[in-house]
Design a protein around this ligand. Structure first.
Ligand code: CP
Length: 318
C-alpha cells in the first residue's frame, strides 16, 4: 500500500527522531556527485493550488540537492481552466513523477487526492487543516536550539490559533511530548477551540489558565514563542485587497515585547509575516524564524527520503 504523508497523526515518536537523526547523514549528500545518487532519475511534482514561497521552493531545493528533478504544476495555466476536474488533474500530474507535493485551500481534500494519485503524496497544507512537514521543521528547529531538553520546554502560541494549520499540526506533534507546557496568546476571535484546550490540559497535565491576553503575558514563563499571522484567506468572503494587506493585527510583537522574554527564549514564525511581527525584532538574538526557514531544505530532504523509504524505495544510494 502506498504511504502518503498527510497528517502528523501518522507519526510515532521514533519516526520523528529517525527523521531528525537522518538529517546530518543526508546533508552530506549535498556535495556528492549527482551520478552517485539514486534519485538522479526521480522527479517530484510540485502542485500548489494556493500560494507558497517557502514550502514549494524548499521542497524543490531539497530535491535538487538530492540530485533529483522537479516539475511544477501551474494552476493558472492548467487545463482546470478548460473544465478539468480535480480527480483528473491529480491522476494526470501524478503519472509524471515519483512524489506529489500538494497544497490546496480545502481542508481534507488529501483523501480525495490519494484516491486518484499514482504516487505518494506529501500534504503541503490543506486549508486550515494540517501542514505536517512544517510541524516537523518547527520541532526540528526547537530541537536544533535546545537538543533533547526541548521535551521539558514551555511554548506560547501567538496569533490566529483558530485557523493556523501550522499550529494545528505542531500542537499534535507536541502532544507526543507530554512534559512540554503549552499556552496561547490569541488574536480576538481567533481562540483555540475547547477541544484543543482540553487536550492540552489532559495530555500536558496543565490545570492553570492556558490563555493569556496581551496585557497579562507572563514573559518569564516561556522558552519558545511561536507567532502566526491573521489567516485572512480562511474567511469565507476573502479577497486579498490592499486594506487587508495593511490591516492592523490586534497586537504587534516587537522588540519592546521580545526584550521582556527570557534571554534564552526563541521566537519562531512559520512565515510569511504581516504586521503582527515587527521587523525591528529581526536582529534580536531571540529571533529564530529565519533560521527556522533555512532549516526547511535539510528537513525536507529528510522527509522526502523518509517517504520514499516508507514506500520501499530510496532517494539515496547509501
Ligand atoms: N510556512 C509556509 O508554509 O510558507 P509558505 O506559505 O510560503 O509555503
Amino acid at each position: 500500500m502506498t504511504y502518503h504523508l498527510l497528517s502528523i497523526h501518522q507519526f510515532e515518536i521514533k519516526e520523528i527522531f529517525e527523521i531528525f537523526n537522518s538529517i546530518p547523514i543526508i546533508k552530506k549528500h549535498i556535495s556528492v556527485p549527482i551520478s552517485r545518487l539514486a534519485c538522479s532519475n526521480k522527479i517530484i511534482v510540485n502542485a500548489f493550488f494556493e500560494p507558497s514561497t517557502r514550502t514549494s521552493l524548499s521542497f524543490a531545493s531539497a530535491m535538487y540537492r538530492l540530485g533529483g528533478n522537479v516539475i511544477t504544476f501551474n494552476k493558472e495555466y492548467s487545463s482546470i481552466n478548460k473544465g478539468e476536474t480535480f480527480p483528473d488533474t491529480i491522476r494526470t500530474i501524478s503519472s509524471f513523477g515519483d512524489i506529489l507535493i500538494l497544497r490546496h485551500p480545502e481542508r481534507g481534500i488529501m483523501m480525495k487526492a490519494i484516491e486518484n494519485s499514482q504516487i505518494p503524496i506529501i500534504n503541503a497544507g490543506d486549508g486550515d487543516g494540517e501542514h505536517p512537514s512544517q510541524a516537523i521543521l518547527d520541532l526540528y528547529t526547537i530541537y536544533h536550539k535546545f537538543g533533547y531538553e526541548f521535551q521539558t520546554k514551555t511554548i506560547l502560541f501567538v496569533g490566529d490559533i483558530k485557523n493556523s494549520r501550522t499550529i494545528h499540526s505542531l500542537l499534535e506533534l507536541l502532544h507526543m511530548f507530554p512534559s512540554m507546557k503549552i499556552y496561547f496568546l490569541p488574536f480576538h476571535n481567533k481562540f483555540p477551540t475547547n477541544i484543543m484546550i482540553n487536550k492540552v490540559k489532559q495530555v500536558h497535565n496543565q490545570s492553570d489558565n492556558l490563555i493569556f491576553t496581551f496585557s497579562n503575558v507572563k514573559f518569564d514563563l516561556f522558552d519558545i514563542v511561536y507567532c502566526t499571522r491573521n489567516q485572512t484567506e480562511r474567511e469565507s468572503s476573502w479577497v486579498m485587497t490592499d486594506s487587508i494587506k495593511h490591516e492592523k493585527p490586534d497586537f504587534i510583537i516587537n522588540n519592546y515585547f521580545v526584550n521582556k522574554l527570557n534571554d534564552d527564549c526563541i521566537l519562531l514564525h512559520p512565515l510569511p509575516r504581516n504586521q503582527e511581527l515587527n521587523d525591528d525584532v529581526d536582529s534580536n538574538h531571540r529571533s529564530y524564524f529565519f533560521k527556522q526557514m533555512e532549516l526547511g531544505v535539510e528537513v525536507r530532504m529528510a522527509i522526502l527520503e523518509f517517504v520514499m523509504n516508507k514506500n520501499n524505495k530510496s532517494l539515496l544510494d547509501l
